[in-house]
Design a protein around this ligand. Structure first.
Ligand code: B12
Ligand code: SF4
Length: 476
């Protein structure tokens, strides 16, 4: 027995913290951040709160991988958002999830691990879209959704025959039952560990998004029975809130209505992402509310249909948004409204319209983003062709994730020198302590969460404004 245990291969699955963003905001200007000890202590304390309280949900991808058990292989998850690399232990292989905006830290980590003799396998969105850029940084690449192929990788590791590339040739069929377990997770570290995905793929084609590039346009469903069984099992280990991670939880309305109606007796509370079209579907809305839906993130992007259309977003016409959002809130579901200012038909009157819209609809948590051209998306390629990117399109690291902190492209209709002040003025009006208190007081539920989010945004957008104003000065 001891001999077998000694030969067991040890695999570490690593999730990387983004430099700045929902993982915790950090100023892009490290030099000036050093000027004030108090500010940097405050920023790091707040970043820790953001990381722990707001978004510390486990990476589902790594939960899925660690649930593919192979005899003779043991897997552990390390979440770098709040854990240190356990380098005091022996590891045979490390699997790193590479997001497009965090390529540099992923490659640096891979280099450090390989220099210690640990084999490195890279997978995730960036590897799937840009495998050639990753080859030199890994012993093996996994290209595509790794739900099934990960077993083969582990078997090859065990037999000492790791291949340099594993390519998934067709999207996994999600209707096949697969168990997702939490044994590789430190459950206590998270705000909740109840993360569930019911569908994958997106029928829409928004050009700033790469979900349809990675996961395809066809919506693939898990069986409702499989999801119910997972919810039941998860509840035994963790009674906290559920996050449904589907990009559009109402994409297939019939499926969603059946699923959430069947979830009513479970008595859970949950949050997810939906389109505002939900507000026009009373039966579906009712099923959401009765099954415990507390909040939904809705992607509104621009209030100008022309802008959304220029970016291939045709669902959710603006004329129906106000009514839809009001209906969702009337059903006692909070709305996180996600906007992008700076899309192609946006002009300088958009900030005023956005502000009035947020007021009129009563959106509980507004998020006003800058367009981030992500390499591998349609908008990235188009802006590159039009000469509107502010960095070389080959320098993927320059297109890192951040929190409304820097412009990476030139808006079409507004000169950068006017765009930046108009954005910072907008966020300074929308994200105030007074507005945070007002939004929390009128939220249909989850008032303390609404307050916390809004207060954190007062901090994060405040920091973002400093970075942006510095960029403006540098632009001259
Ligand atoms: C839930 C979620 C979050 C959560 C949890 C983070 C996480 N990634 O688990 C939170 C809220 C924290 C978050 C944060 C952010 N997110 Co997010 N998030 C999502 C969302 C909605 C679901 C992710 C998920 O669990 N998918 C389900 C799993 C099963 O799919 P998957 O992660 O792709 O994994 C599969 C394969 O890629 C592969 N794989 C993945 N990792 C690995 C590793 C190895 C070793 C192997 C072999 C295979 C492999 O196998 C998996 C199983 O098939 C996606 C959208 C989406 N549909 O994916 C956006 C998405 C991943 N997020 C995105 C962004 C931009 C962010 C932020 C930068 C936002 C910000 N500005 O701060 C941060 C970055 C956080 C970070 N540290 O990377 C983008 C990423 C774009 C990209 N990478 O190209 C996405 C794609 C949405 C979008 N189109 O804009 N996010
Ligand atoms: S932004 Fe949302 S709706 Fe648009 S393609 Fe991406 S996942 Fe689909």
């Amino acid at each position: 027995m001891k001999g077998i245990m000694e030969q067991e291969k040890q695999v570490l699955l690593i999730f990387i913290q983004a430099d700045s963003g929902v993982d915790g905001a950090a100023s892009l200007d490290t030099a000036s951040a050093r000027l004030s000890l108090f500010s940097s202590l405050k920023d790091s304390a707040l970043s820790n709160i953001i990381r722990r309280a707001q978004f510390a949900i486990p990476p589902l991808a790594l939960m899925i991988l660690s649930s593919q058990k192979v005899a003779g292989v043991s897997q552990t998850i390390c979440d770098l958002r709040f854990e240190k690399l356990p380098l005091d232990k022996h590891w045979d292989m490390a699997g790193i999830s590479v997001q497009t905006g965090a390529v540099r830290p992923a490659f640096e980590l891979a280099r450090a691990l390989r220099s210690r003799g640990i084999k490195v396998v890279l997978g995730g969105p960036y590897v799937t879209i840009f495998p050639d850029q990753c080859r030199d940084h890994a012993d093996a690449l996994v290209i595509g959704e790794a739900d099934d192929i990960w077993r083969e990788v582990q078997e090859d590791l065990r037999s000492g025959a790791l291949k340099s590339e594993y390519r998934v040739t067709s999207f996994p069929d999600l209707s096949i039952e697969r168990t997702v377990g939490k044994s590789a997770l430190d459950i206590k570290s998270y705000f909740t560990t109840n993360v569930v995905q019911t569908t994958r793929g997106c029928p829409y084609s928004c050009d700033f998004c790469n979900v349809h590039v990675m996961n395809g346009h066809r919506l693939r469903h898990r069986s409702i029975q499989d999801v119910l069984r997972e919810v039941e099992t998860f509840l035994k280990e963790d009674k906290r809130i559920f996050f449904f991670l589907d990009d559009t939880i109402n994409a297939d309305e019939l499926y969603a209505e059946k699923l959430f109606t069947e979830l009513v007796p479970f008595g859970i509370s949950w949050v997810g992402q939906a389109t505002t079209a939900l507000g026009e579907k009373p039966r579906l809305l009712d099923a959401f509310a009765r099954s415990g839906c507390g909040a939904l993130l809705v992607g509104i992007e621009s209030l100008a249909d022309g802008s959304n259309h220029a970016h291939q977003k045709f669902h959710n016409p603006s004329s129906r948004q106000v009514e839809c959002i009001k209906n969702i809130r009337k059903a006692a579901i909070c709305v996180y409204g996600s906007f992008i200012y700076g899309l192609d038909e946006d002009t300088l009157d958009m900030p005023g319209k956005l502000e009035a819209f947020i007021e009129e609809t009563g959106i509980d948590v507004p998020g006003i983003n800058l367009l981030r051209p992500i390499p591998g998306t349609g908008v990235f390629d188009r802006l590159a062709l039009e000469g509107r990117l502010l960095h070389s399109p080959d320098d993927h690291d320059a297109f890192r994730f951040s929190w409304g902190q820097e412009m990476l492209y030139k808006p079409l209709r507004i000169p950068l020198q006017e765009f930046i002040p108009s954005y910072t003025a907008l966020t300074s009006r929308v994200f105030t302590v007074q507005n945070a208190l007002k939004r929390a007081a009128r939220a249909p539920r989850l008032r303390s969460a609404v307050l916390m989010f809004n207060l954190l945004y007062v901090h994060m957008y405040g920091m973002a404004r400093k970075d942006l104003m510095r960029q403006l000065r540098e632009l001259g």
